[in-house]
Design a protein around this ligand. Structure first.
Ligand code: APR
Length: 266
């Protein structure tokens, strides 16, 4: 994607940097667009997975609960097709400049929490610590009863005893990704609401802002008189109400924003 840092855009980035420098608490909200530069397709719009293959059935979670052992066999041995292709893409993907800009902002003390809708683990790999994965993580596991999350490295799977059971409460363990039709785990949802409530400046990057409850968060910040900075090469549902719109690809714009915040804070 071509990108030109016009004087107008750079001026808007400078204003966004001042808002971040002067904020009491800054929270980021990211979506699939941030990982496009890591080779992972978005869901909607040009080249989107749902655009190409149609939205998946809305009862993914109910299907899991009906036959968890079968769902696990499909997870461990995915059939040929786009889902398998996506899994391979997720496994090969690496963080990009956008992910790194956020971990640098956090390191500099200008980011208090990052809420991501992405399941690709790239914010974690880029070093972000205060990370809230509201739709789960493709690589991690979670108990459907007590919501304990498990790093797969420490949770061996016995293919003769599927589905695996929680070592804390004995509940069924599934992939951590939140399926369509599945409630967002209360632990992460509570943490998201707490972060949003405390923040007066939100950076929203790479999301169409169409899926709830995440899409509600920037509106909540605006309702309380806070600042919402949107980063997106295309207009989204949020653009008409965003305080500042930084139009361009996440990697380049967020790197410039981080540089400007450093300047503004020095
Ligand atoms: N940099 C930044 N943003 C980009 C880039 C880029 N290089 N390329 C595309 N975008 C923007 C698009 O303009 C679009 O607004 O990223 C957004 C991607 O939107 P979606 O595909 O709808 O992704 P997202 O908002 O994360 O979807 C939310 O929907 O299907 C569910 O669970 C899934 O978490 C997902 C949720």
């Amino acid at each position: 994607m071509d990108f030109e840092l016009t004087p107008e855009l750079d001026e808007t980035i400078a204003r966004a940097a001042e808002a971040i420098r002067d904020a009491r608490s800054v929270v980021a909200l990211t979506g699939a667009g941030l990982s496009v530069e890591s080779g992972i397709p978005p869901f909607r719009g040009p080249g989107g997975l749902w655009t190409k293959y149609g939205e998946p059935p809305m009862d993914g979670y109910q299907r899991f609960l009906r036959d968890p052992a079968q769902s696990w066999r499909e997870r461990l041995h995915p059939k040929e097709g786009w889902l398998r292709g996506l899994q391979e893409t997720l496994e090969a993907a690496e963080p990009n400049d956008g992910h790194r800009a956020f971990s640098a902002l956090e390191e500099d003390g200008h980011l208090d929490a990052l809420i991501t809708q992405n399941i690709d683990d790239l914010h974690r790999q880029a070093g972000t610590k205060q990370l809230l994965e509201i739709h789960g993580n493709h690589f991690w596991l979670r108990c459907v009863e007590c919501h304990t999350r498990f790093d797969p490295a420490g949770f061996p799977i016995d293919e003769d005893a599927l589905p695996p059971l929680c070592t804390d409460c004995g509940g069924i363990v599934k992939g951590d990704t939140v399926h369509f039709g599945e409630p967002i785990p209360p632990t992460v949802l509570r943490a998201c609401y707490a972060a949003v409530e405390a923040c007066d400046c939100m950076i929203v990057a790479g999301t169409s802002a169409t899926v709830y409850p995440a899409a509600e968060f920037p509106l909540e910040v605006l309702r309380r008189g806070g600042t919402v900075i949107e980063v997106n090469p295309y207009e989204s549902e949020l653009t008409p109400v965003a305080s500042l719109f930084l139009q361009g690809p996440g990697g380049a714009v967020l790197q410039r924003l981080h540089a400007r915040v450093r300047e503004a804070a020095s």
